[in-house]
Design a protein around this ligand. Structure first.
Ligand code: LLP
Length: 402
């Protein structure tokens, strides 16, 4: 799974492109795309890659070649999608709390929009009476690896509650809007498919309140194992989903309705690793710290969600000794911890740190905090060439807007 780079190649890449560095594997990316497009072979399924996980345009181009569509949740994401070659009808704008002027820009692009509150529906109705619209519902259940990423159920800002269906119908009528689809997203990272299937049943129930829908978007959230868990059983998920969708179609008036799924993490997570450099080893009271150049401005998931990422040390001078380290970055906050109490190969300054499963919500959440550069991104192509697909920030580029 993680074997697309040898240790020597990691050293060479850092020499060539600098440290820290995101590196992506084309083959793994394409494989994950195929797994998702093949999920429901007997149903009319579109896979919308949720680009917030990784917006690199070169990756988006390959994802397009694999036949996926995309979502967007900001004008920036919409622009990258367009730059990667996606046509307006291959994009859905699944947004949250946007301004009227943002809506106007999306309409100008001819992209279908999903709103997730009655007041946003009103704003849309005033702006584009008689237009097509998608509405995001809250199916009443949520799932995810952390409270912060659960987007369905009673404790989230997302979606319209089922109880407001009559109000939705009133606003639709008031502005003569055409409800072409409904969508949901219950949260990010499930490995047990039951909660997803439960959410799907709920959105399908909501769908029965509206005639002639063309799109039912079931959402994303498909997880990958970060810590040795069992993989998500796609075969079983496929069987369960197919059953539920077939039962729905038997009764629904539009048999040509298209089902969408919106995976982000599943597509890009495992194709990416993050390389960094060991900069210091020290004891502070009871803890042995391994300091490196991967601060939380580069990978934010551990400090934000206590997320676990597998870490390995690539030794310049190999030996078999091991040591327990708390791996930390170069940001001036004590929370800047990449991994706590990890038993790793004994490290020396200049050894390499490799962080796995870094392709999703890695670079896309990176920042210039402490005025540090966001790293460069490199692609390892199918024929095993390395190409630079995003430059590292420079001091000048960071000052550009001041
Ligand atoms: N659709 C919608 C409307 C979403 O809001 C999201 C993710 C997705 C699809 C894709 O979810 P995925 O398949 O990637 O789980 N930064 C967090 C994850 C936040 C997800 C936000 N929404 C993390 O690093 O775990």
């Amino acid at each position: 799974m993680h074997d697309f780079l040898t240790k020597e190649e990691c050293f060479e890449l850092l020499n060539k492109y600098g440290s820290p560095l995101y590196v992506y594997d084309e083959e793994t990316l394409r494989q994950r795309c195929k797994e998702m497009t093949g999920l429901l072979p007997n149903k009319h399924l579109f896979v919308d890659y949720s680009v917030k996980a990784n917006t690199n345009i070169r990756l988006l181009e390959m994802i397009k070649e694999e036949g996926l569509h995309v979502d967007a949740m900001s004008l920036g994401e919409l622009a990258s999608n367009k730059k990667a070659g996606f046509k307006s009808d291959e994009i859905i704008y699944v947004c949250n709390n946007i301004t009227e002027s943002e809506m106007r820009e999306v309409l100008k692009e001819g992209v279908l929009l999903s709103v997730d509150s009655l007041s946003q529906l009103e704003t849309y109705g005033k702006l584009n009476p008689g237009g097509d619209i998608i509405i995001r519902f809250n199916p009443g259940v949520g799932a995810g690896h952390h409270d912060k990423v659960i987007t369905g159920g009673k404790k989230t800002k997302f979606g319209v509650q089922k109880e407001f269906i009559d109000d939705v119908k009133k606003v639709l009528k008031k502005y003569n809007l055409n409800l072409v689809g409904i969508n949901q997203h219950i949260g990010s990272l499930f490995l047990d498919y039951n909660s997803y299937v439960e959410g799907v049943k709920n959105i399908l129930e909501i769908a029965t309140h509206f005639k002639g829908l063309k799109i039912i978007d079931l959402g994303g959230g498909f997880g990958v194992p970060y810590h040795g868990e069992d993989r998500l059983d796609l075969d079983k998920l496929s069987i369960e989903l197919d059953k539920v969708l077939t039962e729905f179609l038997d009764k629904y008036d539009n048999k040509d309705v298209i089902f969408y799924i919106e995976p982000g993490r599943y597509i890009v997570c495992e194709c990416g690793v993050l390389l960094g450099t060991v900069t210091s080893i020290k004891d502070n009271y009871d803890t042995k710290y391994l300091g490196c150049d991967i601060g939380f401005n580069v990978l934010m998931r551990p400090i934000l969600y206590d997320s676990y990422h597998e870490i390995e040390i690539l030794q310049r001078k190999p030996n078999n000794r091991k040591e327990t380290y708390t791996v930390v970055g170069n940001i001036c906050e004590s929370g800047d911890i990449l991994g706590k109490d990890r038993l790793l190969k004994k490290a020396n300054v200049d050894d390499v740190v490799i962080v796995y499963n870094a392709g999703a919500y890695g670079y896309s959440m990176a920042s210039n905090y402490n005025l540090r550069s966001r790293p460069a991104e490199v692609l390892i192509t199918k024929d095993h060439k390395d190409i630079l697909i995003r430059k590292r920030d420079t001091i000048e580029s960071m000052m550009n807007y001041e």
